[in-house]
Ligand binder design. Structure first.
Ligand code: SME
Length: 160
């Protein structure tokens, strides 16, 4: 399996420095990561909707996906509730996994935080079993941390 090149973290900073539109920043971040990874079929964001308490679909690359996920549901909702990255080698063995695209077999999710507060989840899917390594998880955690610094606290959850 191809390991995600950590240079993507320098790239996200370069791309988003002095950019303040949350939708544009999340959209370009998903496009950057989608291209940098090999062998993935979906990459994008679920963002807390303050009005409903659900995680709503945000900017992404890939096929159409589930639009609302409750905290605690599926891989994404577990990541949000536990505030920790989750690396799933085989999604069919993950209790409660939500199958948006039947082609997906492995998944990597990590919290997206702004000023230390979790505001959503970065979600990456692959058709390949056991696609994601510990090194990929580390790079993606750093990617999300850097991305969070380019998001506007006041308005990020007003997106959904
Ligand atoms: N598989 C996720 C749902 C989101 S899609 O993969 C894009 C889950 O179980 O939460």
């Amino acid at each position: 399996m191809k390991t995600l090149d950590p240079i993507v973290n320098e790239q996200v900073d370069a791309l988003l420095t002095d950019e303040h539109n949350n939708v544009a920043n999340l959209a370009n971040a998903s496009a950057l990561l989608y291209d940098a990874f090999g062998d993935i079929n979906w990459c994008g964001f679920y963002l807390l909707n303050n009005a409903t308490g659900e995680l709503d679909l945000g900017p992404f690359q890939g096929k159409v996906a589930c639009m609302h996920i409750k905290p605690g549901s599926g891989v994404v909702g577990n990541c949000y509730q536990k505030e920790t990255a989750i690396r799933v080698a085989n999604v069919h063995e993950f209790p409660g996994h939500i199958a948006c695209d039947s082609a997906s077999n492995a998944e990597l999710v990590t919290p997206l935080r702004v000023n230390g507060k979790i505001i959503g989840v970065l979600d990456i899917d692959s058709p390949d079993l056991d696609r994601f390594s510990a090194a990929d998880e580390e790079t993606v955690n750093e990617f999300a941390a850097r991305l969070g610094k380019h998001l506007d606290t006041a308005t990020v959850n007003a997106l959904s």
